[in-house]
Unconditional design. Sequence first.
Length: 67
Amino acid sequence: MSSKTDAQAAVPKLETVTLLQAHTHAGVDYAKGDTIEVTATEKEWLIRHETVAGQAGTQPAAAKAKE
C-alpha cells in the first residue's frame, strides 16, 4: 500500500521549462527566455511545437531532415 494519499497521487509532477519563444500559458503571456512549470504532457506538446527545447519521444526536425 502506498504512503501517498489520494490527493497527493492526483497532483501531477511539474517540470520547469524555458521558453524558446513567446507563449501564453494558463492565460498568462510569457516572453522568450521565461520559465514556466508544466506537466510532462504539456512539456511534450511544447517540444513538438518548438516552444521549448527537448525531445518528445521522436527525433528533432533537424535530425529527421538528414534521414
